[in-house]
Design a protein around this ligand. Structure first.
Ligand code: SIN
Ligand code: FE2
Length: 201
């Protein structure tokens, strides 16, 4: 696999997945969503999030009025489905780790959806990276430093790109300003899927 592009400790592999691999992964994700439907979560402060969310793996990340946390079951009570092999292959290929992730968070961005600047810090062990996979429409991703006061910069994430937040960038601030509708034909109804893979510990 080609060397990644390094941006402030983030590592980006443009086009890690070719079109056929993206299509196969979307098929696998249809199975995940059939077993554990996408929900429209609210923040602990009661704000409706614009992304829709589900998960696969031993634990899923959830948010509601009780807070942000990892939960052993979907909010509707079912078990989370297993992380598809196609997704695990990306984690193993990027990280080279023997330890598989506990959680594959599935975020769906329709037109107008965004994700405010945040740090991923609900996990118990920050020595493991977070690996993010982009599918479908392009997204304007904003990345900053570990210190919120550091400036941010933006880059477009495209279908098939893989981004790793590890080492010095593990606790870096990041978010998605917007997606660009109609920039991919991967999802017949449009939109963007982002997967984030995490060891929760
Ligand atoms: C996230 O930080 O949870 C999502 C990142 C993305 O959608 O690219
Ligand atoms: Fe995040």
């Amino acid at each position: 696999m080609a060397e990644p592009i390094e941006i402030r400790g983030f590592r980006l592999w443009p086009g890690w997945l070719d079109r056929a691999a993206q299509e196969a992964m979307v098929q696998d994700l249809r199975g995940v969503v059939a077993a554990a439907p996408l929900v429209a979560p609210v923040t602990p402060g009661g704000r409706q999030m614009s992304v829709r969310m589900t998960a696969a793996g031993r634990l899923g990340w959830v948010t509601d009025r009780r807070g942000y946390r990892y939960a052993p079951r979907h909010p509707q009570g079912m078990d989370w489905p297993p992380i598809p092999a196609s997704v695990l292959a990306v984690w193993r290929g990027v990280t080279g780790l023997a330890r598989d992730p506990d959680c594959c968070l599935v975020n769906f961005y329709g037109e107008g959806a965004r994700m405010g600047l945040h740090q991923d810090k609900d996990e118990g062990d920050f020595s493991f990276p977070v690996v993010s996979i982009s599918l479908g429409d392009e997204a304007l991703f904003r990345l900053g430093g570990v210190d919120r006061a550091e400036g941010t910069q933006s880059l477009w994430l495209r279908s098939g790109d893989v981004l790793e937040m590890g080492g010095p960038a593990r606790l870096a601030w990041h978010g998605v300003d917007r997606i660009r509708p109609g920039t991919s034909t991967l999802l017949p109804q449009g939109g963007r899927i982002n997967l984030t893979l995490r060891v929760v510990a």
